[in-house]
Design a protein around this ligand. Sequence first.
Ligand code: MF3
Ligand code: CO
Ligand code: CO
Length: 320
Amino acid sequence: MKLGPNDRCWCGSGRKYKHCHRLRDEAVKPGVLGPERAVPEEIERPPYVTNGGEPMDRGEPIVKAPEVITAMHKAGLAAGEVLDLVGAAVAPGVTTDELDAVAHAAYVERCGYPSPLGYRGFPKSVCTSVNEVICHGIPDDRALREGDIVNVDVTIYLGGVHGDTNATFAVGEIDERSALLMRVTRECLYRGIDAVRPGAEVRAIGRAIQDHAEGNGFGVVRTFCGHAIGHEFHGGLSIPHYDDPRATLRLEPGMTFTIEPMITMGSWRERIWSDGWTAVTADGLRTAQYEHTVVVTDDGAEVLTPSVTLPATLATSPSR
Ligand code: MF3
Ligand code: CO
Ligand code: CO
């Protein structure tokens, strides 16, 4: 028999289930990994894959040459297509490894390499982060359940550059608070993008995001940030999603980086599972994330990873 949130807890404490063991009972647990997926030999690998997973090509300029930006437009569009295809596969009963399979096939169909696969030992082609998992969840045999929320983070290596985008999807019907978290987090991404303009400090992006998240009673994850991207998956620039006074670098046209706010219902602190990857909220409450790769233009930002899931601009008007 399944306990309702307001039933007495099974442990005999006399407290309501939702105030007692529910979070622990419903926590995401590590599952079993499937076999490694193969990538056809003719598909170009990023340099770290042939270097035991360790990035070696450090020191790429943050401001990119026009031909690099052109390549990033192509990689970005392909990443968006993969995200749309995986998102369409999200449903109750589908395992996160089945989402990985959909993504893997979609990368390869586009002649792209799945950037996560073999990056610092990551074993799969996307990250799948369910409920309280902040980021870097490893696809496994856990079946999605009605009411879950799942983030799928897609990165493709195509034409010598990476395109990085992610979104959080509802599994069937979700509760109102999870829906609000998802809406506000999506708005945070677009507010961050709107803060991008030449001459502004990097911290303006995080300030816009933090204001909106905290204004809605949510938290902002500090440990994981946006990053420079191009030939390198994670270049030498960090984009905090909170107002970090140290982020004083001024934006210039041609800079490429990701904005990928992780917003929490409760604590913004994380714990890392013993797999060394999976980051979960310290209090077990839910978290959501959305990500775009962008380039700074003469008067703002251009989104390099537009998709049906996550268009270049936010279609609906933010509520605050
Ligand atoms: N795509 C993630 C990001 O947005 C990085 C994933 S690294 C992996 O930066 F190894 F976990 F895939
Ligand atoms: Co990223
Ligand atoms: Co990503």
